[in-house]
Design a protein. Sequence first.
Length: 260
Amino acid sequence: MFRFQQEIGPRTPNTEHRTHGSTENEMGTMNSDDRTEIRSQLRTMARELGAKAFGVADLDLLKKDTPDLLALVPGEFCRAVVIGMRLQDSVVEGIVDRPTPLYFHNYRQTNYRLDRAAIELADMIQNAGYAALAVPASQIVARDPMRGHVSHRRLGYAAGLGFIGRNCLLVSPKYGARMRYVSVLTDARLEPDGPIDGTCGSCRRCIDVCPAGAIGETSDEFDLDKCYRKLSEFTRLSFIGQHVCGVCVRACSGGGNRGT
């Protein structure tokens, strides 16, 4: 089990005005030392829990372009702490044109680890006196189109963890698409990160191997309907039973022009 560092002293809540999800003026009193200390402890905890990537997304900026970004979650939040964990290369390399039982197990267990880590991070934020909501790593709550509570891919991009590849996945500069992500929403105004520069460059491996023919030259050309239909086919495979694939994940072991 993770052993907590010296606990961050909770702020004194304003009981007259404080509600779940503070206003900008209320949270404006969070000083830079608090932001730095809480962020540092969150990063340390994430690493001890197995995360290979950590970043903070500015939800206020994202909501300007996408007002319904958080429409499926309760509360008001201004930041997202996003972490990523690696899938096992030895398992991913065993994929040819469909998911394997080993991949499904590794995928599911990595999501479980991410969910447990997110709850620990949310507890740390909550104990410091701020609202926090751990969003499940992989939970479909709508099917037309298919979506979860939030897009971890989009939050991870905003947190500087990678770029969006042709396969419409978040491509880590170091690990490619062989990662899974989870997010913790909070009203603590932590210092945010920003997107990194990066593209797939001349790499087209995912286009060539996609069993659904869903991947185009750009992420905007990605055909979600084709992808979902193929995932639905894979649910009928023995020992799979869920919407997973992994073929384009195997093809993407690293970025093309990876950025910084």
